[in-house]
Design a protein around this ligand. Structure first.
Ligand SMILES: [Zn+2]
Length: 166
């Protein structure tokens, strides 16, 4: 990680790495045989074939603002989406098309920094014109994650969260 003198407060900081999940929670809990047989996953897409339904997930980014800083703490998270969304986004992704589209998704990772579960939180999924992963805009909720997204967190708090996963 790189250190730098902060333009905002003049103190030396360590760059905030993103806190990324390699897969949706629903994938992680499967045993290796089921992963092999019933799933289809890469860095950006995950499909899980259940007996009675198919679940679709895409990789996105949730950016929590840092108070008084031009920085964000980025969570690399997965959201579950509809088949229609999956198909459309996959096509856009494959063609490297730059289109800003809005989809609906539900957060599919357990972010340990929060006491109450983050799984199932409603998200607006916005694809990016610069080819980066879609950004999330949480729906209104009392959940602390949504409050943090709205109001920001202290930089020290962000570093604590980073250090707790390293
Ligand atoms: Zn600073």
């Amino acid at each position: 990680m790189n250190n730098f003198i902060c333009q905002n407060c003049g103190v030396e900081h360590t760059e905030l790495p993103s806190l990324a999940f390699n897969a949706p929670f629903h994938y992680d809990i499967l045993n290796s045989v089921d992963k092999e047989k019933f799933t289809d996953k890469d860095d950006d897409f995950c499909v899980i074939h259940h007996e009675d339904q198919i679940d679709y997930f895409i990789r996105t980014v949730l950016q929590v603002p840092i108070l008084n800083h031009d920085e964000t703490l980025d969570y690399g998270v997965w959201v579950s989406v509809s088949k229609e969304t999956m198909d459309e986004y996959r096509l856009m992704f494959a063609n490297k098309e730059a289109e800003e589209k809005n989809y609906f998704g539900m957060l599919s990772n357990e972010i340990e920094d929060y006491e109450s579960s983050t799984i199932g939180l409603y998200m607006q999924v916005v694809t990016q014109l610069d080819g980066c992963r879609p950004l999330l805009i949480p729906y209104e909720s009392e959940h602390q994650l949504v409050q943090d997204w709205l109001n920001g967190i202290h930089r020290d708090e962000a570093m604590l969260r980073v250090n707790s996963v390293l």
